[in-house]
Design a binder for this molecule. Structure first.
Ligand SMILES: NC(=O)c1ccc[n+]([C@@H]2O[C@H](COP(=O)([O-])OP(=O)(O)OC[C@H]3O[C@@H](n4cnc5c(N)ncnc54)[C@H](OP(=O)(O)O)[C@@H]3O)[C@@H](O)[C@H]2O)c1
Length: 273
């Protein structure tokens, strides 16, 4: 058995502690009628310690970043904010300008993490990373990361970044898609990069079988068991998106219990990719 009482741990090589379970924002900011509830959900998540907030210039065309700004108003220092540049904007100048626009929408002078959203090949990775390094040097972002990159792409990005180390790769990771465990996760562990799993709940998909059985025994929910499993290694972080307070509360309770080695093996066997 291993015990997990804290909900923060070192985020890659950054030297800072980040919440193991954070909050996603995809689709937030798309509907004005939901705005108040989305802001309240993120703010409630902050109250509960879900301080890693993930957003992107792409989400609602910047609208999600504006929701984040409202949610962290007056408590920016409590949040670890990640946002992303779209590959179509990821030229040298485009990356700098995209970051400036994101900072404006987020109403902050810096983000904690700035990511390339995915690799499209449209702009040279050397140009994107040169801009990332400059943004870091200027204090506009504390750390630089990538998203959806395979091992060869991570190596190319790291090579182009030079002295600055990539903090993380944000990748798809849920029980039914564990492809990252083959190459990406081992590579990140060797390089001391954090692995931030997105779509951890498979967008709310129902969870039966082993996770439900374990959840029942522990008095938890299947999704809490899933999030616990998905963060079972020190490099792993997760960012479920929840706009309903009951979902936020449930996700925040994903780490206050211990999965036994037998539990971990049973989930592993049922959902082996
Ligand atoms: N880098 C990338 O390319 C990339 C791609 C996809 C996602 N992401 C990031 O990862 C975040 C999470 O991924 P996602 O939004 O695709 O999917 P997700 O977090 O797996 O699922 C979100 C859905 O699950 C529901 N939900 C949340 N907590 C729940 C709970 N405890 N019980 C039942 N349902 C629950 C939400 O409902 P309510 O909202 O109604 O509460 C929402 O409909 C995104 O928001 C985004 O920030 C990044």
């Amino acid at each position: 058995m291993y015990t997990r009482r804290v909900i923060s741990r070192p985020f890659g090589i950054t030297g800072v502690e980040a919440a193991v379970v954070g909050q996603g924002t995809w689709h937030m900011g798309e509907d004005r009628k939901l705005r108040k509830d989305e802001i309240a959900a993120l703010s409630f998540g902050l109250d509960l310690g879900l301080t890693h907030i993930d957003t992107a210039e792409m989400y609602a065309d910047g609208g999600a970043e504006e929701i984040v700004a409202e949610a962290v108003a007056g408590r920016r220092h409590e949040a670890f904010i990640a946002t992303k540049v779209m590959p179509s904007n990821a030229s040298y100048r485009g990356t700098i300008e995209a970051c400036e626009r994101s900072l404006k929408r987020l109403r902050t002078d810096h983000v904690d993490l700035y990511l390339l959203h995915w690799w499209s090949g449209r702009h040279a990775i050397a140009d994107t990373m040169r801009a990332m390094a400059e943004l870091c040097a200027a204090g506009k972002t504390r750390f630089v990361g990538v998203s959806n990159l395979d091992v060869a792409q991570m190596e190319a990005a790291q090579g182009a970044l030079g002295g600055i180390r990539l903090a993380c790769n944000q990748v798809l990771y849920h029980l039914r898609d564990r492809a990252i465990e083959t190459d990406v996760l081992p590579h990140c562990e060797r390089e001391r990069m954090a692995v931030v799993g997105y779509t951890p709940l498979a967008r709310g998909g129902f969870m039966r079988g082993t996770v439900a059985d374990i959840a029942k025994r522990l008095g938890k929910t299947p999704r809490q068991v899933a999030l616990n499993f998905l963060t079972r290694r020190p490099a792993l972080f997760t960012i479920p998106k929840a706009a309903r307070p009951e979902h936020v509360r449930e996700n925040a309770g994903a780490l206050d219990f211990t999965l036994t080695p037998e539990d971990l093996s049973a989930v592993d066997a049922e959902y082996r990719s």
